[in-house]
Design a protein. Structure first.
Length: 164
């Protein structure tokens, strides 16, 4: 990430490069589905995963595994950014995952986590401790092109962090 930080690019472009590299090197599924960071701020994280041949299922809607990947990234990227800012070595994992698939997603899906402030405070708490801590992170998935603002899926992920 240090090399990416030194590049004369916008913060959003740097985040997108980071996500692509992280996916390619660490979690190939993330690379495979081709996510794009639309926003990563102290308020929220929004990720878009395109609806295409790689991400659709046999019913011509987005495959549930891809939806789960988007939720993982939207909830985890906020924590990864806060850990990077802390300059501490913190292990990140998800303890559990709950998904509610409300309707089929027939277009590009946007995943939104609006708990960035809470996650930042959570990372501070973890950095000040030697214990493992857990926090529930909520992510909603929408298909803006459908004209319907109702979520197509909602997710609850338990973020589990421990300072190494």
């Amino acid at each position: 990430m240090k090399l990416i930080e030194s590049l004369p690019l916008s913060e959003l472009t740097k985040q997108n490069i980071f996500v692509k590299l992280f996916g390619f090197l660490k979690v190939p599924m993330i690379f495979w589905v081709g996510p794009k960071v639309l926003e990563l701020s102290d308020q929220m994280c929004e990720i878009k995963i395109p609806f295409n041949r790689r991400t659709k299922n046999h019913l011509n809607s987005m495959y549930f595994g891809v939806l789960c990947t988007g939720a993982d990234l939207a909830g985890g990227l906020v924590a990864m950014e806060e850990i990077r800012k802390s300059k501490k070595n913190v292990a990140l994992s998800f303890k559990d995952f709950k998904a509610n698939f409300l309707k089929r997603a027939h277009g590009d899906v946007h995943f939104r986590c609006t708990q960035a402030k809470e996650v930042a405070a959570f990372v501070e708490k973890v950095v000040a401790s030697t214990e493992r801590h857990n926090m529930t992170v909520l992510v909603d998935a929408f298909v803006p092109s459908s004209g319907d603002s109702a979520p197509v899926a909602t997710f609850e992920l338990t973020l589990s962090l421990k300072k190494k």
